[in-house]
Ligand binder design. Structure first.
Ligand code: HEM
Length: 179
């Protein structure tokens, strides 16, 4: 997994929970915390950090994944050049993540494996999409979608339906409530 996912995670933990908790998390997880944005690291190290943070804060790991996803959205967006033409809504943006952004990530870093999205149906107010990833980080995905909706000032209700036990395949139902 790309280092930027780790460096942003450590910054978000430090900002949200403080330096002490961040250091305690690294110590308990036996992680030296040395990540560079362009490096590549085993995604299980991130899972371990989240589980450790969950033990320290007593906040469920899935909730921490979601909060992280929501916080990291804007940070990832800022790493991109301006879109041309610019996108103005969550559904178009998510499609561009699958069709352009994650595709570029894979071209730039052949070792990166972002998730795959399959779009099942879409209207002006609803979208059904499947998240597929061996990394099983659907709650990070939920947070990213929420961060994206907030960025576009849209109120979107999101429900998730696991399609298998490991949750490597999860169906997302998105409903636009208000703009
Ligand atoms: C709605 C917006 C987005 C969604 C739902 C989304 C979803 C995800 C998820 C869930 C992951 C974690 C890995 C996994 O589950 O397999 C991921 C990884 C990643 N995403 Fe996105 N993403 C979004 C936007 C972006 C943007 C704007 C960028 C900007 C460059 C980006 C770049 C990346 C990168 C670099 C990784 C790590 C891939 C790897 O190293 O294997 N994503 N994305």
């Amino acid at each position: 997994m790309k280092g930027i996912i780790f460096t942003e995670f450590l910054e978000i933990v430090e900002e949200g929970f403080g330096l002490d908790v961040c250091q305690q998390m690294l110590e308990l997880a036996e992680d030296e915390g040395i990540y560079t944005a362009v490096g590549s690291y085993d995604h299980r190290a991130l899972v371990k950090l989240i589980i450790t943070l969950s033990k320290i804060t007593k906040i469920p790991a899935e909730q921490l994944q979601e909060v992280y996803g929501e916080a990291v959205f804007l940070r990832l967006l800022k790493t991109l050049p301006a879109m041309d033409p610019p996108l103005h809504d969550t559904f178009s943006f998510i499609r561009s993540v699958e069709n352009h952004i994650h595709t570029e990530v894979k071209k730039l870093y052949p070792d990166a494996t972002p998730p795959q999205f399959d779009f099942l149906s879409q209207t002006t107010t609803s979208m059904v999409m499947d998240y597929k990833s061996a990394r099983c980080m659907s709650h990070v995905c939920l947070g990213l979608i929420k961060g994206c909706a907030r960025h576009f000032s849209q109120k979107i209700q999101v429900s998730m339906e696991p399609m298998n036990k490991s949750q490597s395949h999860v169906r997302f139902n998105l409903n636009l409530i208000a703009e």
